[in-house]
Design a binder for this molecule. Structure first.
Ligand code: PLP
Length: 423
């Protein structure tokens, strides 16, 4: 539940600043983040995983790579999980130590690999036998040794949305756990490869413990097997995926309660399960959360442009579109949508849609909403992760500004794009 974005009376606040003031000052659509919420989320993770010897938390940049947010997260002591040379570049600029950075990704280009080797980042995560060959060649050519983890596909059902499930054998990610033996031998033979350990990431927005435990069990067995073949395992990375609660992000007597609230992972239990299964002498354990650290910190403020009744259906047309926040269009993802100023009007179902010329350009279908009029400001909740980072200029729409709030101080951490930026 979002703690730093909340109602005071009937007015929505981001930390100590009314959301309506931010919308009036900076315009809409507008991404606003609470720095305190990010800090709280990170500290909660660090506290829970403190029981795991050698635990490291690598922030998954893909969730939100705003440079100022990265600076904040690196200052908290996180490492960085990246998937491209661009993300390595941003992580280094934000102050993450090179040794704390990992590079994953099923389709790394030679440029990505060379960039990672030249910057001497912590590890490269290998996703196929052929890729191992390429990394080994590139490292030899550059006179370096590539520290690697093998990404294992454990064939575990993360029980999340199929588009964000990554640990099933039919998914493109990692090396099938039953077919990885030859790749391990090859890695151990290569003079330009140092096989540090094993990686796995089963999916995103995971809200149950069992999939993590099943993955950890498979990895444990795999590690024991390859240790017997001579592998010196010094790192295990269990990936990201810890889910957050999108429904009932905020509760208020004037808001309808949302049904099918997501269960939440108990971080202490998860940390214990990981510790029990994956503690090996001299071996660090990493996790790579993205969503958990930033999702609840962000809100997208948008203004109602029109209210439209058509064939018995009500459409609330807002000034944010799927280009600004794709999650509903991509995965039918649920986000709570609330007025920044609550009143006691009656609620009735409406579709909240954007201006983009696609039928999927919507944020909610048949959602219970109060009577809304042109000019009202709405807050789309829990958009700090996979919000701005998946945005685009589709329909030649300049991207929104991003604002970071620290108590009663707000600052622009990314300017609103102008038409010139579209060229
Ligand atoms: C390899 C890897 N690590 C970490 C993450 C972060 O996942 P989440 O934001 O759900 O924690 C992802 C997300 O897709 C990923 O692919």
């Amino acid at each position: 539940m979002t703690e730093k974005i909340k109602y005071d009376g009937n007015r929505l606040f981001v930390e100590e600043i009314p959301a309506a003031e931010l919308a009036a000052k900076y315009g809409t659509p507008l991404y606003v983040y609470s720095s305190e919420q990010i800090k709280d989320n990170f500290r909660r993770l660090r506290k829970a995983f403190g029981i795991v010897p050698g635990a490291r938390i690598l922030y998954a940049l893909k969730a939100n790579s705003n440079p100022e947010l990265l600076g904040l997260i690196s200052s908290l002591g996180a490492g960085a999980d990246t998937v491209s040379a661009g993300e390595i570049f941003l992580a280094l600029k934000a102050g993450f130590p090179p040794s704390s950075i990992s590079l994953a990704g099923v389709g790394k280009t030679d440029r990505d690999i060379d960039f990672a080797l030249a910057r001497d980042i912590g590890v490269i995560i290998v996703e196929s036998d052929e890729e191992l060959g390429v990394i080994s060649e590139r490292a030899a050519a550059l006179g370096r040794t590539a520290r690697i983890l093998l990404r294992i596909n454990p064939d575990v059902d993360a029980r999340t949305h199929p588009h964000i499930s990554t640990g099933l054998k039919e998914n493109k990610f990692g090396i099938n756990i039953n077919e990885a033996g030859e790749t391990v031998k090859r890695a151990l033979r290569s003079k330009s490869i140092d096989l540090l350990g094993v990686h796995s990431h089963i999916g995103s927005q995971v809200t149950e413990h069992a999939p993590f435990e099943e993955a950890a069990d498979s990895i444990r067995e795999f590690v024991i097997r390859i240790q017997k073949e001579g592998a010196n395992i010094r790192q295990i990375d269990l990936g990201g995926g810890i889910g957050v609660r999108y429904r009932n992000a905020l509760k208020h007597s004037l808001l309808p309660a949302e049904r099918k609230e997501e269960p939440l992972i108990d971080l202490n239990l998860l940390a214990k399960a990981i510790k029990d299964r994956l503690s090996f002498p001299g071996c660090e354990i990493a996790i790579e959360p993205g969503r958990y650290i930033v999702a609840e910190s962000g809100v997208l403020l948008t203004k109602v442009l029109y209210r439209k009744e058509s064939a018995g259906r009500t459409f609330i047309v807002v000034d944010a579109g799927m280009n600004d926040m794709m999650r509903h269009a991509l995965y039918s993802a649920y986000h709570q949508i609330i007025p920044v100023e609550l009143n006691d009007s009656a609620y009735s179902p409406a579709d909240v849609v954007g201006p983009v010329c696609e039928t999927t350009d919507a944020f909610a279908l048949q959602r219970e909403l109060p009577v809304l009029r042109r000019g009202d400001t709405l807050a789309i909740m829990t958009v700090g992760a996979y919000g701005y980072s998946i945005s685009s200029n589709y329909n030649s729409r300049p991207k929104p500004a991003e604002i970071l709030v620290e108590k009663d101080y707000a600052r622009v951490v990314r300017d609103r794009e102008t038409f010139e930026d579209l060229i």
